[in-house]
Design a protein around this ligand. Structure first.
Ligand SMILES: [Zn+2]
Length: 325
């Protein structure tokens, strides 16, 4: 079970509403590495931590160690064969490539189990009202991992494991997944395309890796492609015009966020031009929907974000808004 380290005097309660926000991670996530110069690097988590310390935000978060996801939790969204393949490919030393961008070292399996387990723990904590919201600062990321395929730096689909846990283990009727990573969350779409209990709203640069997300648009797959060089105005217009009406109609009972910060202006992985204020704004919009329909419940998971300073600042801005501080 997850271990909570609530600082003394930090559990502020208004009525029966616990206001604390959990910050969930694990040191195993720092040991997963895919080779020198790979942008999805352990230093990403350090950059986030540094910014939370510098801003003082860290003192207002309940730090939780992520448990490992159980096999049955992974198999809600992945074929057993996929789980077997990831376990089988885990090397005892050196690096094994799963695709040109995605690799495992001796610690990657543990890190991937912790990353998926973070989402499960976050979901449990929020639904048991031990915290109101949670952010999982974990890697490897997850939203490119399909039911049967690891790709794009992702081994298991962490946000899908978390959402499926809310649906299957807690009996939540409907959940929404909001994905503002600069890349389309093809894995999440692959997993939930035919699940009427899930609404996915996403915004991503297009045409761009993984070159998906423009075909299967439906009432429950609200994928909004933006051309390169789009910035705050285009992003906010897409959220206002497409995401918010869909979310209002769907009335999700819990909101999950695939929080990638690689659409930031300083991130040269891609060519969108968001800034911290956009992450604050979109988090406010999602929080308002959650307050109206979902008792405020939000679980957010780190996806991309490779410009280290911008990543740290953006996560701090997102978390400050998420926690209502
Ligand atoms: Zn990304």
């Amino acid at each position: 079970m997850a271990r909570a380290t609530l600082p003394k005097g930090r559990t502020r309660v208004r009525g029966d509403e616990v206001l604390d926000t959990a910050f969930i991670g694990h040191e195993d996530c720092l040991l997963h590495a895919m080779g020198t110069h790979h942008p999805e690097c352990p230093a990403r988590l350090g950059a986030i931590e540094d910014q939370l310390i510098a801003s003082g935000l860290i003192n207002y978060l309940a730090r939780i160690d992520a448990p490992k996801a159980l096999r049955e939790q992974l198999e809600r969204v992945h074929d057993a064969g996929h789980v077997d393949a990831i376990i089988a490919k885990s090397p005892s030393r050196g690096i094994v490539h799963l695709d040109p961008d995605t690799a495992m070292n001796a610690h990657s399996l543990e890190a991937a189990l912790r990353a998926a387990g973070a989402g499960v723990a976050a979901t449990d904590l929020v639904l048991k009202r031990q915290v109101r919201r949670a952010f999982c600062s974990v890697r490897p990321p997850g939203h490119h991992a399909e039911r049967n395929r690891a790709m794009g730096f992702c081994l298991f689909n962490n946000i899908a494991v978390a959402a499926a846990h809310a649906l299957e283990s807690h009996g939540i009727e409907r959940v929404a997944i909001a994905d503002f990573d600069v890349h389309h969350g093809n894995g999440t779409e692959d997993i939930f395309r035919d699940d009427e209990r899930v609404l996915m709203v996403s915004i991503f640069q297009h045409p761009f890796y993984p070159y998906s997300g423009t075909e299967g648009r439906s009432e429950r797959m609200v994928n909004i492609p933006l051309p390169a060089r789009s910035g705050s105005a285009e992003f906010r217009a897409a959220v206002t015009t497409h995401w918010l009406p869909a979310l209002e109609r769907f009335e999700p009972r819990m909101i999950f966020v695939s929080a990638g910060f690689d659409a930031h202006r300083e991130d040269d992985m891609a060519s969108l031009a968001l800034v911290e204020a956009d992450y604050v704004w979109v988090t406010e919009q999602l929080a308002a929907i959650a307050d109206r329909h979902a008792q405020g419940r939000i679980v957010s998971m780190l996806e991309g974000g490779y410009a280290l300073h911008a990543l740290g600042r953006s996560v701090a801005a997102h978390l400050k808004t998420l926690s209502g501080l």
